[in-house]
Design a protein around this ligand. Structure first.
Ligand code: SAM
Length: 295
């Protein structure tokens, strides 16, 4: 089986039009945040953000498969002492466009800079918004299970009668739990909070993802040979991780230096095109070849 990695140099708004309808299984991306990092790759005014992003999210809706998922990493900054509301406005606009806002994961940045502000504490989390086209989408929950750890030992030691029955949520959410189900298990499903350190050193990009971030979502929402898209790829973390995990990937960036940097990082992969084909070992014993192209 051949795994491809395609890089497009240019504006996502235009380059996304080159991709086929319903062709992508997972989109993981972190677009430029409103008005931030002006010195490196331009910023969009918070008041113009929805207008700027809407044609892009319209294309993303077109290229995502009905079973696919879109993970959008974003965070509103403080303007004149108030949190700006552009992310909330963006969620509402995307719902009108046809997206379902399925979930919000939190990226807890374990190593955020210490600091002191007169009216707030240091910001140590970002939003990871999950959007889908349908209520039914591919999700492989077993792939991200975590060790039960000490919680199990303490919480499950003395179970009450309620704990032994299914405990229907008191807030009417429709969710319930039967804690005794988790006795004698060594793994549990994770929460919607990801505790990950930021990783900008050695990446030559000021806002790179930690590799575990795309990796976690790729495991949760895709299988081998599926296709992952990052329309604001920066240093290419999403593509590099996807490739390592035997997923096809597509990346777009408007800065030529970033495209060149990702191409170089993928160069050992390109060699497979010209050398006698090296085959990758993987859990499913499928053989994978590699190809990559810059467009
Ligand atoms: C926050 S960074 C992404 C970092 C990336 N997640 C990583 O791990 O390196 C956003 C990227 O979007 C790119 N960008 C900004 N506007 C763009 C546009 N209109 N089309 C494509 N890329 C754009 C920037 O050059 C920048 O590299």
């Amino acid at each position: 089986m051949e795994i491809f990695t395609d890089i497009y140099l240019g504006d996502s708004k235009e380059k996304l039009k080159l991709l086929s309808d319903n062709s992508v299984d997972l989109i993981v991306t972190s677009p430029p945040y409103a008005d931030q990092r002006k010195s490196t790759y331009g910023g969009i005014h918070p008041d113009k953000y929805v207008e700027w992003f809407s044609p892009i999210s319209e294309q993303l809706l077109r290229v995502l498969k009905p079973t696919g998922t879109f993970i959008l990493n974003i965070k509103e900054k403080v303007v004149n002492g108030e949190r700006s509301t552009y992310v909330i406005e963006l969620i509402l606009a995307m719902r009108k466009q046809g997206w379902l806002w399925t979930e919000e994961f939190i990226w807890h940045k374990k190593n955020s800079y210490p600091g002191k502000w007169p009216n707030r504490f240091r910001d140590s989390w970002e939003r990871l918004l999950q959007f889908n086209k349908n209520k039914k989408f591919n999700m492989y929950q077993e792939e991200v299970m975590v060790p039960m750890g000490d919680w199990a030992k303490n919480r499950l030691k003395n179970l009450s009668e309620t704990d032994k029955k299914r405990d229907i949520s008191k807030v009417g959410s429709g969710f319930g739990k039967n804690i005794s189900n988790w006795l004698n298990r060594d793994k549990a499903y994770p929460t919607n909070v990801l505790h990950l350190a930021t990783e900008c050193n050695n990446k030559n990009h000021s806002a790179a993802f930690p590799e575990e971030l795309p990796e976690w979502f790729i495991r949760l929402f895709t299988k081998q040979n599926d296709t992952v898209l990052d329309p604001f790829m920066g240093s290419g973390t999403t593509l590099i991780v996807a490739n390592r995990m035997n997923r096809n990937s597509i990346g777009i960036d408007i800065v030529p230096e970033y495209c060149e940097m990702v191409r170089k990082k993928l160069q050992p992969v390109e060699l497979y095109l010209f050398e006698p084909k090296l085959k990758y070992e993987n859990n499913e014993n499928t053989e994978f070849g590699r190809s990559s192209a810059i467009r």
